[in-house]
Design a protein around this ligand. Structure first.
Ligand SMILES: C[S@@+](CC[C@H](N)C(=O)[O-])C[C@H]1O[C@@H](n2cnc3c(N)ncnc32)[C@H](O)[C@@H]1O
Length: 438
């Protein structure tokens, strides 16, 4: 297990240039590109868990927006705040209208016809260059340099947007609540009739930074965040002194709601909550680094392996040994419950694999699933049993590595997403809001 090495949280915040340096470093290292599923910005967890769950949460709101606009003979205008290299556009384009079946292909919600304009706003020039390189051929996409901490980045007379998107902790760059309140108030004021705002923050009570949990939130509002996870452990330590730091706001839903209430007052328009969601509960980027919790386990690496083709994962390592923090009973009980459900799904799957009878081509005996288990766990166990029974007999194509383990990855994802409560106990806290002046 790696030792905990992190910057003293009471140090003065790094300045803006230093913080932008963190993204430049990541962008120019090449490790921020889509390389393999085992590491990098677009690892398997990002693609199969985080992007997919975010899409699932956005889907009903995006679908409703598209219907609303098309009833008015209009198309969608989207602003992506802190757009990076245009990742938000790719995220939205991947939202499915219908899932694929065995013969039917999936269909996409945001087809070419549904969108009028996408404006990506980004402070970092390297990422803007990358965004223009990737998407430069699409005339509906525009990438501009702007700072969302200085109010809504719009020109005089610019028409309002229907969807204001942020992703992957971007709103945590509002280190001071005042700039977040101002931006939300500007959006609400700029809205003519209706819009949806997707806010994305770092959750205050993620297990990966358990050392930073405080009961009095005013004691620690921003964390000193290192993008060290893009390197493996050896390189991470070798480069320790060169790593740039970002200062990011930790949020609970209550803290977000206080900002939204103040912004509503300032704008004279209600910024109404639709939903909060917790993303990456045990699989956040820093679960692997142990930078902020010596008890964290490398669950992201292990889940990445589950999804990797031709790769066998030792399921014994995949079990979570949650270490409670005294004084945080409510959060400890949430993590206890969810880690026990996770471990039961992994252990029972191990049992199914061990009990698979090749001659009978089925699991003998069938796993016992007590009725007292949480409904989500019962459902995921039933699905794993069906998959193991369905393919355990295959003697080509590595059924364990290429079918059963990736499916266990999906069922763990489904389990966690069903049991999450949107309470800030995760790497990413997603808040979806609406301004409706109609
Ligand atoms: C966590 S990254 C998310 C990038 C991208 N949206 C994604 O989903 O991968 C946050 C992004 O916000 C940008 N950013 C940070 N502070 C900003 C500010 N004040 N104004 C505009 N962009 C900012 C960063 O440069 C970075 O690209």
């Amino acid at each position: 297990m790696a030792t905990t090495v992190h910057r003293d949280q009471s140090n003065p915040p790094p300045d803006a240039d230093e913080q932008m340096g963190a993204y430049s470093e990541a962008a120019t290292s090449g490790l921020y590109d889509k390389l393999t599923g085992l590491s990098g910005k677009y690892d398997n967890v990002r693609r199969y868990w985080e992007d997919e769950l975010t899409r699932r949460w956005i889907r009903p709101h995006l679908s409703e927006l598209i219907e609303r606009k098309s009833a008015e003979m209009r198309r969608l205008r989207i602003m992506d705040l802190g757009c990076g290299s245009g990742d938000g556009y790719e995220l939205l384009r991947g939202v499915r209208r219908t899932d694929a079946g065995l013969t039917r292909r999936e269909t996409w919600l945001l087809g070419d016809g549904a969108m009028e304009h996408y404006k990506g706003v980004e402070l970092n020039e390297d990422l803007l260059t990358q965004a223009r390189f990737i998407h430069g051929g699409n005339p509906k996409l525009e990438f501009v340099q702007g700072n969302f901490c200085e109010g809504l980045p719009v020109e005089e007379g610019e028409r309002p947007y229907d969807l204001y998107l942020t992703s992957y902790g971007t709103f945590s760059h509002h280190n001071d609540d005042e700039t977040l309140i101002q931006l939300l108030a500007d959006i609400a004021k700029h809205t003519e009739d209706h819009c949806i705002i997707v806010g994305d923050w770092l959750g205050r009570y993620s297990y990966e930074w358990q050392e930073l949990w405080v009961a009095d939130h005013s004691e620690l509002r921003n964390m000193d965040y290192v993008i060290s996870y893009i390197y493996d452990e050896k390189e991470r330590e070798a480069r320790r002194d060169e790593l740039a730091h970002i200062y990011l706001r930790l949020m609970t839903p209550e803290e977000v709601m206080a900002c939204a209430a103040e912004a509503s007052k300032r704008a004279g328009a209600d910024i109404k909550l639709r939903a909060f969601h917790d993303r990456s509960i045990f699989t956040g980027r820093h679960s692997d680094t142990c930078e902020y919790n010596p008890h964290a386990q490398p669950m992201r690496t292990l889940v990445n392996r589950l999804h990797e083709i031709n790769y066998r994962t030792d399921l014994t390592d995949l079990k979570i040994d949650y270490v409670p923090k005294p004084g945080f009973d409510f959060i400890n009980s949430f993590f206890n419950e969810i880690s026990m459900a996770w471990n039961t799904l992994v252990e029972t799957t191990e049992e199914m694999l061990a009990n698979f009878d090749q001659d009978e081509a089925r699991i003998i005996p069938e796993p016992h699933i007590p009725d007292s288990y949480p409904p989500a766990l019962k459902e995921m166990l039933g699905r794993m049993a069906a998959v193991v029974n369905g393919v355990g007999w295959l003697d080509v194509g590595l059924p364990r590595e290429n079918i059963i383990e990736p499916q266990l990855g999906y069922e763990l994802r489904n389990l966690v997403s069903r049991m999450q409560r949107g309470i800030g106990c995760s790497h990413g806290l997603v808040g979806i809001f609406e301004v409706d002046k109609t």
